[in-house]
Design a protein around this ligand. Sequence first.
Ligand code: NJP
Length: 236
Amino acid sequence: MKNIIITGASSGIGASTARLLYAKGYTLGLMARSVDKLEALSQELGANAIVLPCDVTDYAAVKSGLEQFIAAHGDIDVLINNAGLGYFDSLVGGKIEEWHTMVDVNVKGVLNCLHVALPSLIRSTGHVVNLGSLASHQVFPNSGVYCATKHALIAISNSLRLEIPDKLRVTTISPGSVDTPFIHSTSNPQMLEQYKDYFAAGLRPEMIAEQIVHAIEAPAGSVISEIIIRPNRAMK
Ligand code: NJP
């Protein structure tokens, strides 16, 4: 039985992935800040969905949560670095605190989780799944810092895969727009108005969850290095 940690499990892609993985019999560590949402998800799923309240930008909290999980359940087999957010806005006149938050959560948060989990993942010959984006490969208007964070993420994924291929599998999942609460973080009302229907008409989070499971269950001796999945429509 595999132990899987999912960051950002309280919503969207993370919650959908938790539902699919739990139904397949995995033991889950559910990480996010919204304890009420994690508790509700754990109650819906069952006793092997363990709530680990945690802000991924807080290294001490990540360490404590993951160490607590490992002590109780054993080494981590899969770490799904899914927690992330994007504030849509132009760079000119953008909000510095939003830029910092995107870097803190999307890049430093992933590094915090990796730093704590890697020894355990290596012991278990495990798997890291990082949530990238189409924005890992190209840039879009009004999301310059978000695109930068997702470019960083693919660099981290690809570097990690090169280091210890015999001890760790690394996958990046790179979706186009997905219909989750993601776009509603955007504080600029014009941007929200401009993009919200586009995201609402995007992929369903269950589609991304299926790709994550597909990567985790790839045959031994193989690694799915990246999955790019996009809505089959014109881009905005
Ligand atoms: O977004 P949403 P998605 N510490 O808003 C958590 C990428 N992606 O599922 O802490 C810990 O439903 C937050 O939990 P909470 C995207 O970049 C998306 O769409 O309780 N957790 C919640 O569970 C991201 O990496 C699209 O607020 C923190 C989760 O993150 C991933 O997919 C397109 C946190 C966000 O759930 C999941 O996003 C694409 C913190 N400091 C890539 N801050 C898309 N939706 O269109 C946030 O290419 N979270």
